[in-house]
Ligand binder design. Structure first.
Ligand SMILES: Nc1ncnc2c1ncn2[C@@H]1O[C@H](COP(=O)(O)OP(=O)(O)O)[C@@H](O)[C@H]1O
Ligand SMILES: [Ca+2]
Length: 490
C-alpha cells in the first residue's frame, strides 16, 4: 500500500471522529428530527379594536423563559367587539380574515393542537354593565366564528381588570427575562440583581397599573400572587374602568357640555380651528358618563377647539379625585395604592401618544412638559399640514399628553425623580407588549411554579463530545503512525 492509501485511511478516520463529535454534542434525536415548533393564538378584543396575536415556540423548550416569540399581529378591520352589541354576528364575521391568515401560518397538521383564546377587556366590561344579555350574545358569536376553525379553541371570555394588569406584568417580565435566567453555575435561578419591572397599560376604556411594591398589599382587591420558576411574587394591580383614553375624553367632553349646557361647546384641549359634531346620544352612550335629564338624544352638539392649555389641564384634573381619605396611600378616586417602586414599562396608549410626540427616549420631566405645552399651542391647520398621516388621533394628542401626565404624576404619584424609571415602549424582543402573551403563558401552564430539574443546555454533552473527540483523535493518530511504520518496514 502506498502513502496515498495511508492518507485516505487517515482522512476517513478523521471524518468519523468529527461525526462522532457532532453526534455526541447534539442529541441524535435532534439531528434526525428537528425540534418541532408549537403555535398559540390569542385574540385581544379591546374596546376600540381587535387584534389576533400569533405566537410560536420550540416544543422542546416549552418551560424555558423568553422562548415564545410573536410571529404576527393580525389587525381585525372595524371597531372593537363591544360595538357590535346590536349586530353580534358581525363581531364573529369580522374575525375571519385574521383566522384565515393564522391558518396560512400554522401548518395544517398542527392546527388542531394550537391553543386558541379570545380575551375581551374594558369595552366588554362596560357593555356587560349596560346589558349583560348583549355582552353574552357577542361572546357567543365570536366563539361560534372561532369554533368553525380546526384549532384547539379554549373559549372567549371577559378578563377581569386584575387579570389584564397581571398578564401585562407577566408579558413584560417574561420578555425581559427578569423572572429567571440561566446562570454560570448551570442552574436556572432567580436573577439576583435584576428587579422585576412594573407594567402600565393605557387602553381605550380602562388603564392598569401593576408592580411589586415591596411592602404588603393592604387591600385584598388589589393584591395578586404568583409563584413563577420557584419564586413568590406579591403584586399590586388595579384597573381603573373608564380611565382609558377614549372614555376619559368622553368624560371630559361630557363635563364641558354640562358646564356650558349649550349645543356649542368650547373645548380647551382641542387645537384652535378644530371643529367636530356629536349627538347627545353618542356622547352619553357609555356607563362612564351620565346624561343630564334635560338632554335630548337627537340634539347635535358642535365642539370647537380653543387650544387653551392651562384651562385644558385644569379640566383634565377635574376628572380625578385625588383625595385619599384616612386609609393610607392611594392612587386616585380613593383606590388604595402603595408608593410606586422600581422601573416600569408604559405601553399601549402611553406609548402611542409619547411616541407621536417624540418623547419615548428617556426625556426628563421638564423636557416632556415643555414639549407637550409647545405641541398644545399649535393650531389645527398647521397640525394637519405637518402630520397628514396622523389625522385619526391628531386632535387628541394634546389632551392625551396632559391626561397621561396627570394620571402618572398626580394619580399614580410618580415624581420628578421616579419619572425617569418609566420606559415608554411598544415591543420587547420583537414582541408586542400587552396582556395577551402573559395570558397564553398562564393558560397553557408554560411558566412552571418550580424550576424543573432537567438539564437545560447541552453543557454535559458538550464535555462528553470534547472527550470522545480527543480519544478518537488520539486513536486516529496512533493508527496513522502504526500504518505508516507498518508499510515502511514492508
Ligand atoms: N396610533 C395611535 N395613537 C394614539 N392612540 C392610539 C393609536 N393606536 C391605538 N391607540 C389607542 O390605544 C388604545 C387601545 O385600547 P384598546 O386595547 O382598544 O382598549 P381597552 O384595552 O381599554 O379594552 C385606544 O385608546 C386607541 O385609541
Ligand atoms: Ca388593551
Amino acid at each position: 500500500m502506498d502513502s496515498k492509501v495511508t492518507a485516505s485511511l487517515l482522512a476517513a478516520t478523521w471524518v468519523c471522529s468529527i461525526i462522532a463529535l457532532i453526534l455526541s454534542v447534539v442529541n441524535v434525536k435532534d439531528v434526525l428530527l428537528p425540534p418541532r415548533t408549537k403555535y398559540g393564538l390569542v385574540f385581544d378584543a379591546g374596546s376600540t379594536h381587535t387584534s389576533l396575536y400569533i405566537y410560536r415556540w420550540p416544543a422542546d423548550k416549552e418551560n424555558d423563559t423568553g422562548i415564545v416569540s410573536q410571529v404576527e399581529a393580525c389587525s381585525v378591520a372595524g371597531p372593537g367587539i363591544s360595538s357590535y352589541a346590536d349586530d353580534p354576528a358581525g363581531a364573529g364575521a369580522g374575525l375571519k380574515p385574521c383566522l384565515d391568515r393564522a391558518m396560512k401560518i400554522v401548518p395544517a397538521e398542527q392546527q388542531r393542537e394550537t391553543p386558541t383564546y379570545l380575551g375581551a377587556t374594558a369595552g366588554m366590561r362596560l357593555l356587560r354593565e349596560e346589558n349583560s344579555t348583549k355582552a353574552e350574545q357577542v361572546l357567543a358569536e365570536v366563539s361560534k366564528a372561532i369554533g368553525a376553525y380546526p384549532v384547539d379553541f379554549r373559549g372567549a371570555r371577559i378578563l377581569t381588570g386584575s387579570e389584564e394588569g397581571s398578564f401585562g406584568w407577566i408579558t413584560v417580565n417574561y420578555l425581559l427575562e427578569t423572572l429567571v435566567k440561566f446562570s454560570f453555575a448551570e442552574k436556572w435561578a432567580h436573577p439576583q440583581d435584576t428587579e422585576v419591572l412594573g407594567a402600565l397599560d393605557l387602553g381605550g376604556a380602562s388603564t392598569q397599573i401593576t408592580f411589586q411594591p415591596g411592602v404588603p398589599v393592604e387591600d385584598r382587591n388589589t393584591s395578586v400572587f404568583f409563584r413563577l420558576y420557584g419564586t413568590d411574587y406579591s403584586l399590586y394591580s388595579h384597573s381603573y374602568l373608564c380611565y382609558g383614553q377614549s372614555q376619559a375624553l368622553k368624560m371630559l367632553l361630557a363635563a364641558l357640555h354640562q358646564a356650558s349646557s349649550r349645543a356649542q361647546i368650547s373645548h380647551p384641549c382641542y387645537p384652535k380651528g378644530y371643529k367636530e359634531t356629536i349627538t347627545v346620544a353618542e356622547l352619553y352612550n357609555s356607563p362612564c358618563v351620565r346624561a343630564p335629564s334635560s338632554a335630548r338624544p337627537g340634539l347635535v352638539l358642535t365642539v370647537t377647539g380653543t387650544g387653551d392649555t392651562d384651562t385644558c389641564h385644569a379640566a383634565v384634573q377635574r376628572l380625578f379625585d385625588f383625595s385619599c381619605g384616612a386609609q393610607g396611600p392611594c392612587g386616585f378616586n380613593g383606590v388604595y395604592q402603595p408608593p410606586v417602586r422600581g422601573h416600569f414599562f408604559a405601553f399601549a396608549g402611553f406609548y402611542h401618544t409619547f411616541s407621536f410626540l417624540n418623547l419615548t427616549r428617556q426625556k426628563s420631566l421638564r423636557e416632556v412638559n415643555t414639549a407637550v405645552r409647545s405641541f398644545c399651542r399649535r393650531n389645527w391647520a398647521e397640525l394637519v399640514q405637518s402630520f397628514p398621516q396622523h389625522l385619526k388621533y391628531l386632535h387628541t394628542y394634546c389632551s392625551m399628553a396632559l391626561y397621561i401626565l396627570t394620571l402618572l404624576l398626580k394619580g399614580y404619584k410618580f415624581n420628578e425623580q421616579t419619572w425617569s424609571n418609566i420606559h415608554f415602549s411598544r415591543q420587547a424582543a420583537n414582541t408586542d407588549i400587552g396582556w395577551t402573551l402573559g395570558f397564553m403563558l398562564n393558560m397553557t401552564n408554560m411558566i412552571p411554579a418550580e424550576v424543573s430539574q432537567h438539564v437545560k443546555v447541552h453543557q454535559p454533552s458538550l464535555w462528553a463530545g470534547a472527550v470522545s473527540f480527543l480519544v478518537l483523535a488520539i486513536v486516529a493518530g496512533l493508527v496513522a503512525v502504526f500504518l505508516h511504520c507498518f508499510w515502511k518496514t514492508e
